[in-house]
Design a binder for this molecule. Structure first.
Ligand code: FES
Length: 257
């Protein structure tokens, strides 16, 4: 049964007018299926139009609504309000940690995207491109599933204590994307990618704290991807040679009996 009323405690901050963040409490009466995002919309529409937050799809696919709720990074559009209310009917919502606040619950994700671009997240194909298509096996496609469904919400990045305590770390989101490209048999830059990832800001900077796994709303496993990249980085030239071999067979037509 939905609670009669709920108190939403929201961290507020406007850098143009406030010296430091503070909290506002908003009381509302939720329905049984009210999500945390719905609650923020209700507050904005009925109580305080200045409340600022990001959202777009409302279906857990665009990644824009990641926030810190009761200390955990989550997508608020897919989280029922009832699931996060304490026994007194209260919930606390903050912006994602470790990122500069633009206003209220909106953070500046510049560093997140800069690190993402740093790993060259696009496919770098071989010079010898097949006339029709690359032939990738179902097993190879399955191996990429862990990385392919990332929605770039930033929940893992801002849950990572290495991001919070040091500067320059590539971060779990970008390393997961790098894993996707390194493991993709169509990509021709695996040795170069692995050499870059083995630098001081790369895979060896991860402390294996697993916060990224806990935070991921898609149940992905960046830590495992980072572990795989560490192993591949140690034998990157041999890996590149096997990749060249594999790419020759990528061009072969499938023979149907
Ligand atoms: S609004 Fe798109 S993921 Fe939540």
């Amino acid at each position: 049964m939905a609670p009669v009323s709920a108190t939403i405690r929201v961290q507020r901050f406007n850098p143009d007018t406030d010296d430091k963040p503070y909290y506002d409490n908003f009381d509302l009466t939720p329905e049984r299926d009210t999500t945390v995002l719905d609650a923020l919309h209700m507050i904005k529409a009925e109580q305080d139009g200045s409340l600022t937050f990001r959202r777009s799809c409302r279906h857990a696919i665009c990644g824009s609504c990641a926030m810190n709720v009761n200390g955990h990074n989550i997508l608020v559009c897919k989280t029922p309000l009832q699931d996060v209310l304490n026994k007194n009917g209260r919930v606390t919502i903050r912006p994602l940690p470790y990122l500069p606040v633009i206003k209220d619950l909106v953070v500046d994700r510049s560093s997140f995207w800069e690190q993402y671009l740093r790993v060259k997240p696009w496919l770098i194909p071989p010079e010898d491109i097949p006339e029709k298509e690359f032939r990738v096996s179902p097993e190879e496609v399955t191996a990429l599933n862990n990385a392919e469904t990332c929605i770039m919400c930033g929940a893992c990045y801002s849950a990572c204590q290495v991001i919070g305590l040091t500067k320059g770390y590539i971060g779990p989101h970008a390393l997961l994307k790098a894993f996707l490209r390194v493991k993709d048999p169509r990509d021709a830059a695996s040795a170069e990618r692995l050499a870059d990832l083995a630098g001081s800001d790369g895979v060896y900077r991860c402390h294996t704290i697993f916060n990224c796994i806990d935070a991921c709303p898609k149940d992905l496993n960046p830590t495992q991807a980072i572990e795989t990249l560490r192993k591949l980085a140690q034998k990157r030239l041999a890996y590149e040679r096997s990749r060249v071999q594999r790419q020759r067979s990528l061009q072969n037509p499938i023979v149907v009996d």
